[in-house]
Design a binder for this molecule. Structure first.
Ligand SMILES: *Cc1c(COP(=O)(O)O)cnc(C)c1O
Length: 398
């Protein structure tokens, strides 16, 4: 039917997006201007959280979270092996130790029971935090994780890169949006083009905690503040003369070791424009997922993410199959570029040097043998999706 390549994910840039970027490029600010605050406010409204801090990418967001929460040399932090490496790497950036806990083989999410048994096996205080991941767009039950974290005095960074617009139902059957700050201390998002909202590069941290919010703002810009209520040095010093009562306009203080993790105004403008279509995108993703679900129902050779999936944001549509390599190659011959999410993080050579080895995470390793992410993005046309379904079924009929 079509010679065009069908990727697993793809951004959608409209004329409105292009106009928004051009408008930012023609304004007085390319960076550090009003478009950033605009994007942050729009994002806070969308998620239903108090504070949002826009940064240069999702990895920078994770690093700033790790810094703001004060991860130090030797601190132990628990995360999932089935995630993008950055979820774990942020702990290493600060000198901490990553402890992987296995996934639930039906939801593919970090299994809270495995986290609990790790915590029970060590004296309280051994672990500092948990980084659960809303893998594929399916929210972890953060209410349950919060309860466990409180019991052990841990913080939570929710890696919500796959799940802007996703939610889970709490014990009162109320929807809790990913990143809304009700359970996690900090949540992070990415605006890489394969994610829901594209900025080219970009990221966001959300929180309801004002103190953490202020720390993040400083850390994002070299550890510098321009808020005179926070200054340490005297007004006399700042003015260079005695008897001066006000800080001069040029004055600023670097109070902590920060970074330059800012996003630009033209990227933020693109983000705000994309955000307007975020709900539409989720509706489309859920329709695509439903079509796959129906098409594969009763097909013994396909297993998917099972259980309750209300609130799933479907960054990915993952299946588990036998002869995954064969299917992957067959789809590729037909210009369908499926992808693997993820090679288990603990078996990356970098992490193996810390003692992780095959057999440590049996569910994650078994999952990796069979998993495949099929094309899933809002502009996937129904002919294209039907072609994908047909090719998957053809492969197993042969
Ligand atoms: C994309 C992604 C990141 C990193 O985001 P970047 O913007 O690419 O740095 C982190 N965690 C997960 C789960 C991701 O999918």
């Amino acid at each position: 039917m079509t010679n065009k390549v069908i990727p697993y994910g793809r951004q959608n840039i409209t004329q409105e997006d292009i106009d928004a970027v051009i408008c930012a490029l023609q304004s007085d600010y390319l960076t550090q201007g009003p478009k950033i605050v605009e994007f942050e406010n729009a994002f806070s409204d969308y998620i239903g959280v108090k504070y949002s801090v826009a940064v240069s990418n999702g990895t920078a967001a994770l690093h700033l979270c790790a810094l703001a929460l004060g991860i130090q040399e030797g601190d132990k932090v628990i995360t999932s092996p089935i995630t993008f490496a950055a979820s774990a790497n942020c702990v290493k950036y600060c000198g901490g130790d990553v402890v992987f806990a296995d996934i639930d083989p039906t939801t593919y999410l970090l299994d809270i029971n495995n986290v609990r048994s790790l915590l029970e096996k060590s004296p309280k205080g051994t672990y500092k935090g948990i980084i659960p991941v809303d893998f594929a767009g399916r929210s972890v039950d953060l209410e349950a994780f919060r309860e466990l974290a409180n019991e052990y005095g841990l913080w939570i960074i929710e890696d919500a890169c796959h799940a802007p617009g996703g939610y889970f139902l709490d014990t009162n059957k109320k929807g809790q949006n990913c990143g809304n700050g009700n359970f996690a201390d900090l949540s992070i998002f990415s605006f890489h083009p394969v994610k829901h909202i594209a900025c080219g590069e970009g990221g966001m941290i959300t929180t309801n905690d004002e103190a953490l919010y202020n720390k993040l703002l400083m850390l994002r810009t070299h550890g510098i503040t321009k808020n005179d209520s926070l200054y340490h040095n005297s007004t006399d010093f700042a003015n260079g003369t005695l008897g001066s009562e006000k800080y001069p306009n040029w004055y600023m203080e670097m109070q902590t070791l920060g970074y330059n993790y800012r996003i630009t105004d033209f990227q933020a403008a693109l983000g705000t424009s994309q955000l307007k279509r975020a709900d539409e995108g989720i509706v489309k993703r859920r329709e695509i997922a439903k079509t796959y679900d129906n098409a594969f129902k009763g097909k013994g050779y396909i297993k998917g993410q099972s259980g309750v999936v209300e609130g799933h944001a479907y960054h990915l549509y993952v299946i588990e199959v036998e002869n995954r390599l064969g299917l992957y190659n067959y789809l590729k011959e037909n210009n369908i570029f499926a992808q693997i999410h993820y090679i288990p993080c603990h078996l990356m050579p970098y992490y193996k040097q810390f003692g992780w080895k095959e057999g440590d995470m049996p569910n994650a390793e078994e999952y990796y043998k069979n998993c495949l992410s099929l094309p899933m993005f809002p502009t996937l046309r129904s002919e294209e999706q039907n072609f994908v379904i047909e090719k998957v079924n053809d492969f197993y009929k042969k």
